[in-house]
Write a protein that binds this ligand. Sequence first.
Ligand SMILES: [Zn+2]
Length: 244
Amino acid sequence: MSTPVYGRVSIEGIHAIALNRTGGVSRPPFDSLNLASYVGDDAKCVAANLDIAKELVSASKISIMNAEHGSKVHFVSESGMANPGDGLVTKQVGLALVALAADCVPFGLIDPVNRVIAVGHAGWRGVLANVMQSLLDEFVANGADLSNTQAVIGPAICATCYEVPTQRVELFRTVFPEAISSPRNLDLTAGVKSVLIGQVGEVHELTGCTFENPDMFSYRSAAGKPTGRGGLVIAISNSLNLES
Ligand SMILES: [Zn+2]
């Protein structure tokens, strides 16, 4: 049975779900749970897939990250494509936030006490730009307390599969040595985690390799051909049922 759910973290009516590429309606090469409208997929299929994502987290609206591989983040309270940036924060009940990714690292923040949530997206440029810290700062500016906060890190390309030019690895040497796994390999997840650990209360890892797992979208395994985007969806649920 093909499920859209790779892994989930639910805390007091706030749900974060890392998505598989399965369980949606798009046709190849976007099969099947593609959430990105900018990759060439049928708009009706993307809309239907966004409805599936909303339902998974019991939300009625969804704000979609418009990633640009930088460190800009936005507070959002409306549905639709957000302004360009790599992080979204909301306090809106029933508004899902989605970080689109296909090898980059999607991550989320949950403060169940102050009812604030956030999602971020970091590829190698985002880690270097420290979008993680930008998101934590915006999260706190909107009332979150990091000592209550639980972070979720979704699946991304693993260090072994993420071989890059040595010059790119060198860019990390002084600013993000945590993200270097060999002179030719970057561990983006470790880079993201190094900023979250020690600042938030707890980090949940729904990690796995998007390149190796055929049930996930991978930009690298598509090798230049069009493919979809999955990622991480999070919402303060509409439902009054606070089971966790
Ligand atoms: Zn891998």
